[in-house]
Design a protein around this ligand. Structure first.
Ligand SMILES: Nc1ncnc2c1ncn2[C@@H]1O[C@H](COP(=O)(O)OP(=O)(O)O)[C@@H](O)[C@H]1O
Ligand code: SF4
Ligand SMILES: [Mg+2]
Length: 363
């Protein structure tokens, strides 16, 4: 699979009166043609800001650094006119809250059709025809009626379907979906996930799906990137993340999942402590205050994202992955090398290869 999006060292910072808020603090991410990458992490870790920076939607005061390449073309710093070629047409977004993303004063048909008029230069009649067929594709029960309705007349699930229709009408290569099912009840959530899976199979679009729910990830993603305090701390194919989480944060997230194969605990486990404030990130590993495996170097040095020995996960090690190892753990290679395999298991923790053998330190 070739890379559609290649994000390296991405930082999104907001200058404040007394401090700098680091919403994204040096994230590395790849999205391959046609794949579904799940981006998972707690509230406030920078998921939405990462997505917005891809589309140039960050607030004007945001300082963006690092690199975002779409099909090899640098997006960071692109002039607004040049960005318009990509935004909505090649990369489209489903926003977290359809009620605020849709214009409450305009009919659905006008809003969906407008995307076709702007991005596909469709005539008014052609735009209406495309809007109708898109509403059918997202399985709106009475699409003709829906065209004439206003957002407040639709249910939450229907509004989310309309958002997906608006995102896909320009026939993009990449769909960015920001927690598209968070506000929906579980039945509608399952329907929307099934719809996204179906549309992805039909259109071939790659999906970058943001969520804080590992259950959603298990349903839809091929690969998972785990985000903590503005950085990616672990990436691997979904079955590897769920069966062999290696970063202590991912392991802790997994411990918090309710299990159907075990008696229910009296209290669901949670990760003690809180994520660091993005305006006061520590010099070392940001997960250190909550980590069961913490050691002295964790407080002073930041581990970089490196390859975990893949054999234990049943993931084949690639020749690229065995190249230079400029890091501390031994037997690791930097993610920065070209030709990174989609099957690589990467994590940012000093305990290379040892986590399976380590017993958690007492809290
Ligand atoms: N306009 C802004 N000014 C200052 N800080 C912001 C702004 N927007 C977002 N942030 C901060 O950036 C961090 C990441 O936000 P966000 O990307 O929305 O998190 P997530 O989507 O993971 O919940 C949060 O701590 C948030 O408070
Ligand atoms: S680097 Fe240290 S504190 Fe961070 S996750 Fe690894 S063991 Fe825990
Ligand atoms: Mg968000």
């Amino acid at each position: 699979m070739s890379e559609l999006l290649d994000i390296r060292g991405l930082a999104v910072r907001f200058p404040g009166a007394r401090c700098l808020v680091q919403a994204v603090a040096g994230a590395d991410l790849r999205l391959a043609e046609g794949e579904c990458l799940g981006l998972v992490g707690e509230s406030g870790c920078g998921k939405t800001q990462l997505l917005h920076s891809i589309l140039g939607l960050s607030p004007p005061q945001a300082q963006i650094a690092g690199s975002i390449r779409y099909r090899g073309e640098e997006i960071v710093g692109l002039a607004p006119r040049a960005l318009e070629r990509i935004r909505g047409r090649r990369i489209a977004m489903v926003f977290q809250d359809p009620m605020t993303a849709l214009n409450p004063c305009r009919r659905i048909g006008a809003q969906v059709g407008e995307v076709a008029r702007v991005h596909l230069r469709a005539s008014r009649a052609e735009a209406e025809r495309r809007a109708l067929s898109m509403l059918e594709a997202v399985q709106i029960a009475d699409p003709q009626r829906c065209l004439r309705q206003y957002p407040h007349e639709l249910s939450g699930g229907m509004r989310q379907r309309v958002m997906i229709a608006m995102a896909l009408i320009g026939e993009p290569d990449v769909l960015l979906a920001d927690e598209p099912t968070t506000a929906l009840d579980v039945t509608v959530q399952a329907q929307i996930l099934a719809l996204l899976r179906d549309l992805r199979a039909r259109t071939g679009a790659a999906v970058l799906m943001v969520t804080h729910d590992l259950g959603v990830i298990a349903e839809i993603a091929d690969r998972v990137a785990v985000m903590y305090a503005g950085r990616i701390v672990e990436q691997a194919p979904v079955e590897v993340i769920l069966s062999h989480p290696r970063h202590p944060y991912t392991e802790a997230l997994q411990r918090c999942l309710p299990r159907v194969d075990q008696p229910p605990p009296q209290r669901l486990p949670s990760i003690p402590g809180r994520p660091p404030s993005p305006s006061a990130l520590p010099p070392g590993c940001p997960f250190a205050p909550r980590c069961l495996y913490r050691m002295p170097m964790c407080d002073t040095q930041m581990p970089t994202l490196c390859e975990v020995s893949a054999a234990a996960d049943g993931v084949r090690q690639t020749p690229q992955s065995q190249q230079s190892a400029p890091d501390v753990g031994g037997g690791r290679s930097s993610q920065g090398s070209r030709g990174t395999s989609q099957a690589q298991h990467l994590k940012a923790c000093w305990h290379e290869g040892a986590l399976g053998r380590l017993a958690p330190a007492p809290p």
